[in-house]
Write a protein that binds this ligand. Structure first.
Ligand SMILES: [Fe+2]
Ligand SMILES: [Fe+2]
Length: 405
């Protein structure tokens, strides 16, 4: 399968005894999280693996997640005989969009990448690597989920299944491209190992819909905002990957529109009070996670000339406006109280991180964490309980998948 090929290549190239490792030119090449199955790993690679253990992505609450779901329930949801709301002609139209494959020839690298990476040094280099790792993991997580959905829905709804497969093609490309970016820094994420070793978070189908819709749309707004900013301020264009974000983010936008169509086909997920509570909950968790994550990595955003908090607030506001077209309720993110509370959470999170850095014994650390976690939880609850914005439209008359610029 083409989608798998795109991924398998970099994995096998970087994680086994391929010429990459035996070539002294690549002596410093390190695989992040060595594959447990790479029996034929060379000494150099094994050494790289040890080194890599230190740089592997930490499994924390804020790390990009891998998702799994109830595939039997998914099948029932997309069975046209059971669900009369499925608008097959709309899915057919979307399928044609995906088959067009606008970005088939977009992700082609050039020699600028390596040259630019070699010029990035100091703390920015480390933070750049982390950006590539986290983005690659997030893209790869989408690939795994969509690929499995494509496989599982084949019999019940071949059109929806094919769209999922084509979306996994896109995510494989994105993850592969980011992983190639890591190779510019003499690193590679071992995606095969990640697939096996990473914990999977279980979400019921409706939660998968809310979470993935939001992550696609927020991904779109992040990419397009960085792209536009660097277009206007080319002096910060320190690595060419950002030049690819304009077309790249259109993939994410299309993915989001597909989830919008899926939600529309399941009005029970949109039209009652529970749907409103869940919509607000997912908005809150996605926005807070991004804000806290990014505020821990201000060096990256500053390195490309952005003010982290301003960037994040712009992305949150735009994502929220887009989301309001489909979710029955969203947060009032444009109310200054929302940002005030986010900033308070950043402060608490910094204190929590500082506790982790101390030399106290684990028991003392945990005792110190209790009031901070309570403060964070109460801040989250207060933000959640802010008067929401009623939104969405259950008849969706005006909905049409389209490119947003
Ligand atoms: Fe993607
Ligand atoms: Fe996507």
């Amino acid at each position: 399968m083409a989608t798998e090929m795109a991924l398998v290549k970099p994995i096998s190239k970087f994680s086994t005894s391929s010429p990459i490792f035996s070539n002294s030119r690549y002596g410093k090449f390190t695989t992040v999280r060595m594959s447990s199955t790479s029996q034929s790993t060379t000494k150099a690679a094994a050494k790289g693996g040890k080194k890599a253990a230190k740089t592997a992505i930490k499994e924390t609450l804020l790390a990009p997640r891998f998702y799994t779901t109830d595939f039997d329930e998914m099948e029932a949801l997309f069975n046209a005989e059971i669900n009369k709301n499925l608008n097959q002609s709309e899915f057919e139209a979307l399928l044609q969009e995906f088959k067009t494959d606008y970005n088939q020839t977009h992700f082609v690298r050039n020699k600028e990448f390596k040259e630019a990476a070699d010029k990035i040094d100091g703390p920015l280099r480390q933070i750049f690597v982390e950006f590539l790792e986290r983005s690659c993991t997030a893209e790869f997580s989408g690939f795994l989920l969509y690929k499995e959905l494509g496989r599982r829905l084949k019999k019940t709804n071949p059109v929806v299944a094919e769209i999922f497969s084509l979306m996994s093609r896109d995510e494989a490309r994105h993850a592969g491209f980011l992983n190639k970016g890591l190779s510019d820094f003499n690193l590679a994420l071992d995606l095969g190992f990640l697939t096996k070793a990473r914990k999977y978070t279980f979400f019921k189908p409706k939660f998968i819909f809310y979470a993935t819709y939001l992550s696609e749309k927020i991904g779109y707004w992040r990419y397009i905002t960085i792209y536009r900013h660097l277009k206007e301020n080319p002096e910060y264009q320190c690595y060419p990957i950002f030049k690819y974000f304009e077309n790249w983010c259109q993939d994410e936008n299309r993915h989001g529109d597909f989830f919008s169509a899926l939600l529309k086909a399941q009005p029970q997920f949109l039209n009652d009070w529970k749907a409103k509570l869940w919509s607000r909950f997912f908005c809150l968790s996605v926005y807070v996670t991004m804000y806290l994550n990014d505020c821990q990595r201000t060096a990256f955003y500053e390195g490309i000339g952005l003010d982290t908090k301003e960037f994040d607030m712009h992305v949150i506001i735009e994502t929220n406006r887009t989301t309001a077209r489909i979710f029955p309720a969203v947060l009032d993110v444009e109310n200054p109280e929302f940002k005030r509370r986010l900033d308070k959470m950043v402060e608490i999170n910094e204190q929590l991180l500082a506790v982790g850095e101390t030399s106290d014994i684990p028991l003392v650390k945990n005792l110190k964490r209790i009031p901070l976690i309570a403060a964070l939880a109460s801040e989250l609850l207060a933000t959640y309980l802010m008067p929401p914005i009623e939104s969405g439209s259950v008849d969706f008359a005006e909905f049409e998948p389209q490119l947003v610029y």
